[in-house]
Every structure is written in structure tokens, then in C-alpha cells.
Design a protein around this ligand. Structure first.
Ligand code: FES
Length: 175
């Protein structure tokens, strides 16, 4: 199993543990995945099917029933700023403003090139790290507005690298 697959398995497992005893647990699990990634990637749906023993078709039935779920990434890089209570208290709205300024898009928008999408999401499950931001599945905890432009610059570099060397797609970002 690759590191990325291990991360997906661990995330899906945590979401199952959190929601499995609740009514409508499948919707809640899918909701948690979308909150982190900005959409529900197929690899996550596959892993959810594997771990819950549900057929993949059943999961896609749920996904397509609700308009809320997105099956495609709204941008190559999805920046999800957590605005749940803990993060809100630690300055999440300043982070949204900072990312918005750095990316030159408003919250909820994708830039013209389709590179970056900025969204605010509810609790991403790591309140101890508030304020938290998740970018393409990578969590940034205790983030300060002064770090935002450096992070955006690094992700821009990564997109440029991937354009030049497509084999590097999905490689971890070090920032
Ligand atoms: S409120 Fe932001 S991680 Fe929980």
C-alpha cells in the first residue's frame, strides 16, 4: 500500500468510527470526506465500500441522490479553511481573508485557470490544531495568516512542476 493509500484508509476508518452508530451514517461519512477534500474522490468511495462492506454502487446511489455531493474536484488544488467553532475562535475568518487575498478569489470560487478553489468547511476533525486548513488532503494546523502566502507559493510551484513533469502528480508537498 502506498503512503497516499494508507492515508486514505486511515481517514476513512476514522470517519467510519465517528459516524457508524448514527442514523444516516453513510451520508455523514461521505459528508466528512467532502469536507476534507472539497469533493468525494473515487479512491475514497472505493475505500469506504471496502471498509463498510457496502457495494460501491450503493455508495454512488447516495452520492448522486444528493445534489450537495461533488464527484469532481472544483479545482486542481482545493483549499478548505475550517470555520468550525474551535477554528472560528482562533481566527479562521482572518485565514479565509488571507487565502482570498493571496489567491485573488472569493470564498466559494475557483480561479479562472481552474487551479485553486477556496472554500470554508465545518470541523475537519482536528480541533486541537485550530485554526486548521486542509489543502488537497494535507492538514495545516495552528496556521497563522503570515504563513499563507508562502503556502500558496509552494502549491503554485507544485502545480508548475506537475505541468512540466506529470509523473510527479500526487507527490507530497513539503511546506
Ligand atoms: S473546528 Fe476546526 S478542526 Fe474542529
Amino acid at each position: 500500500m502506498s503512503a497516499a493509500e494508507t492515508d486514505i484508509a486511515a481517514e476513512v476508518s476514522a470517519s467510519i468510527k465517528r459516524w457508524q452508530k448514527r442514523r444516516g451514517s453513510m451520508v455523514m461519512m461521505l459528508h466528512a470526506i467532502q469536507e476534507r477534500s472539497g469533493y468525494v474522490p473515487r479512491e475514497y468511495a472505493l475505500e469506504l465500500a471496502r471498509q463498510t462492506g457496502n457495494p460501491l454502487a450503493r455508495i454512488y446511489e447516495v452520492l448522486t441522490f444528493y445534489n450537495y455531493f461533488k464527484l469532481k474536484s472544483p479545482g486542481k488544488v482545493v483549499v478548505s479553511v475550517c470555520t468550525g467553532t474551535a477554528c472560528h475562535l482562533k481566527g479562521a475568518s482572518e485565514l479565509v481573508a488571507s487565502f482570498s487575498e493571496s489567491l485573488k478569489i472569493a470564498e466559494g470560487e475557483t480561479d479562472e485557470a481552474g487551479d485553486f478553489h477556496l472554500q470554508s468547511v465545518r470541523c475537519v476533525g482536528c480541533c486541537g490544531l485550530a485554526p486548521a486548513v486542509v489543502i488537497n488532503g494535507k492538514t495545516y494546523g495552528k496556521l497563522k495568516t503570515t504563513q499563507v502566502s508562502g503556502i500558496v507559493a509552494r502549491w503554485r510551484e507544485k502545480l508548475a512542476e506537475e505541468e512540466e513533469h506529470p509523473e510527479k502528480k500526487g507527490a507530497p508537498v513539503h511546506v
